[in-house]
Ligand binder design. Structure first.
Ligand code: AMP
Length: 594
């Protein structure tokens, strides 16, 4: 196919916003195509050279494209730049400036293949001479292009090709061009796309083997599956009702979704929810995954969250987002912001595709093949049948650093539904929008042995508030964040006089630290919010029997309150008031979609 034909179709696609018309234009465009050419036209129409997950980048900056247009048109670079500025689009500028030239000889006319190969060459140019190489190839293509071709070429290399063909429209066009256009055909085509994320592969398989032949596209290590998505419900009651009175609740970790492809031999690959390749960003996961999975090849899914390896406390999401897209200082980032991957699903186990099995079977499989490591763990889960059980689990999840729970259907039909949003998974987040503005003065009542960098010292401390009425010290958090090296050395020295062998009778907590301390040293902490907790005992029973308050994401402010004795610490009553103030400030959950 000549590239002019493709450019002409782009021109017509650009001129319409009607989906039906687009489908027709596209279907007519691709109907005569076969093999690689068909795949190339589909990728190009999406502004890509390969499926998105391949992450091919052209690396063409605006200035570079300006230079190529100048060279191809014989117009001064400055003039091209000014023109583009006025037009707001270098593509239009290329179209206008290349228009007056004598038309390229018919023998020089560009084919789709020429353009595709040229663009691949541009993408492949790396290293010192790459800029010159990219300009040379682009100029060569522009010299052979007609005005409209030049416009789309320039937009393509700049990533501004907006002919408006979305994946869904392309799937429509495939059904029209190569099948009977029926709903059934359309949904089979979409299903094949959902497991492969590769429109070129789907199109070629459809042409070669027909709609029924699409079933031969299976899972493949290294090729991401479009992720299954969750619906939402406003209450846990509604969640349980929707799931038929029984569901698996899991911690809803707040991090980055990762689909890990672990081959039998060689390095795993990681893909984000949008199927970007994230492998380079998390070397520690790449290192641990092969050890953590007893059966390979495997495709597993999980959430990657920042974690304090000394205390096992999950850290706020902002931390992990700092590692996303990071290309430099990876070692530093790895040490500063350690992460762990909490696995919640498995699609391929050994050479067995388990994605069609119902969820309970997949979870069992995941538990069987996982040998948890420091970095690769299993998502917390509990089967619940009542709202009370669900509420208790939610509270546990939130105090454990999760942002809510993910409910998963256990029923028939709970197979992995690639690319689909449905009620087989329902997310439920506890509402909270405001952080705690007040700091809390907590009494140190316990110490937890450190790991990693903190081996041989305490990695975290158990803190309590004071209830003067009962003369009790009630725990509300385990804090490991916010201490610098000097403070880490200082703390044990300061606590030495308070060491005791057993839990002091005045201390109430559901946790057992490695070292108990008589209430004496007071330190200041801040946190994100107060949550209900079955483990901590602060103001226990004030809201619900047996349930106390926990401070979420506690952090030492750096201040040891030498001016305060144990009974001068924040009281349980003050904590209760802070909780009430926080509830009043809370707004309904936002509609934030990651
Ligand atoms: P949302 O991004 O709010 O639509 O919530 C769905 C996201 O929650 C998923 O895409 C995952 O990234 C994340 N998530 C966290 N924990 C889980 C879990 N246990 N199961 C499934 N998804 C989870």
């Amino acid at each position: 196919m000549r590239f002019a034909e493709l450019a002409d179709a782009y021109g017509r696609l650009e001129a319409t916003s009607k989906r039906l018309e687009m489908r027709q234009i596209l279907a007519d465009l691709i109907r005569p195509l076969r093999g690689e050419e068909l795949a190339h036209v589909l990728y190009l129409s999406q502004g890509q050279l390969l499926p998105e997950y391949e992450g091919v980048e052209l690396g063409v900056a605006g200035s570079l494209a300006v230079r190529a247009v100048a060279q191809a048109s014989g117009v001064a670079e400055a003039t091209v730049a000014t023109h583009a500025k006025r037009a707001g689009d270098l593509g239009t500028t290329a179209e206008e400036l290349l228009g007056p030239r004598s038309a390229p000889a018919a023998s020089a006319a560009l084919s789709v293949r020429d353009v595709y190969d040229g663009l691949r060459e541009i993408a492949a140019a790396k290293g010192e001479a790459s800029q010159a190489e990219k300009i040379r190839v682009l100029t060569g293509l522009l010299e052979r292009a007609g005005p409209q071709e030049a416009k789309f070429l320039v937009r393509f290399v700049l990533g501004t090709l907006r002919v408006g063909v979305r994946e869904m429209t392309i799937l429509d066009a495939l059904a029209t061009a190569f099948a009977d256009g029926s709903k059934d055909a359309r949904s089979k085509i979409e299903a094949a796309f959902n497991v492969s994320s590769d429109l070129g592969l789907v199109a070629r398989t459809l042409v070669d083997h027909g709609v029924e032949g699409l079933a031969r596209i299976g899972l493949e290590v290294g090729r991401p599956i479009r992720p299954m998505l969750a619906e939402r419900e406003p209450s846990l009651e509604a969640v349980l009702k929707r799931m038929g009175g029984e569901a698996a609740l899991e911690y809803k970790y707040d991090g980055l979704r990762i689909q890990a492809h672990v081959p039998a031999h060689g390095a795993p690959e990681l893909f984000s929810r949008r199927l970007e390749n994230m492998s380079a960003q998390f070397p520690e996961l790449i290192a641990d995954l092969p050890k953590a999975l007893a059966v390979k090849p495997a495709i597993v899914e999980g959430e990657c969250v920042p974690i304090d390896l000394d205390t096992d406390e999950i850290q706020p999401f902002q931390e992990v987002s700092r590692r996303r897209g990071r290309k430099h200082d990876l070692d530093k980032a790895q040490a500063e912001i350690p992460v762990a991957l909490f696995l919640f699903d498995v699609l391929l186990a050994g050479h067995e595709d388990v994605s069609a099995e119902d969820f309970p079977a997949r979870r069992r499989r995941l538990e069987q093949i996982l040998r948890p490591t420091e970095r690769v763990r299993l998502a917390q889960q509990r089967i619940v049948r009542t709202v009370d059980e669900a509420t208790a689990f939610l509270e546990e999840a939130v105090s454990g650093g999760a942002e809510g729970v993910m409910a998963k259907s256990l029923g028939p039909g709970s197979r992995y539904r690639a690319g689909a949003r449905g009620y087989w998974w329902i997310k439920y987040k506890r509402d909270y929008t405001t952080g705690l503005t007040d700091s809390i003065d907590g009494v140190v009542v316990g110490g937890f042995a450190g790991r990693g960098r903190r081996a041989g010292r305490f990695g975290a401390y158990l803190l309590a508030v004071y209830d003067p009425k009962r003369d009790k010290f009630e725990s509300f958090c385990k804090v490991g964040s916010g201490f610098d090296d000097e403070q880490l050395r200082e703390m044990p020295r300061r606590l030495k006089p308070f060491e005791v062998d057993a839990a002091p009778p005045s201390v109430e907590t559901g946790l057992t630290p490695d070292q108990w301390f008589r209430p004496g040293l007071v330190i200041e902490v801040r946190g994100a919010e107060l949550t209900l907790s079955p483990i901590h005992r602060a103001a226990a029973g004030a809201i619900r029997p047996g349930v106390g308050f926990a401070l979420r994401f506690p952090r030492f402010t750096g201040r040891i309150r030498d001016d305060k004795g144990a009974t001068d610490a924040t009281t349980s009553k003050e904590l209760l008031e802070m909780y009430r103030g926080q509830v009043r400030r809370e707004a309904p959950e936002g509609e934030g979609e990651a």
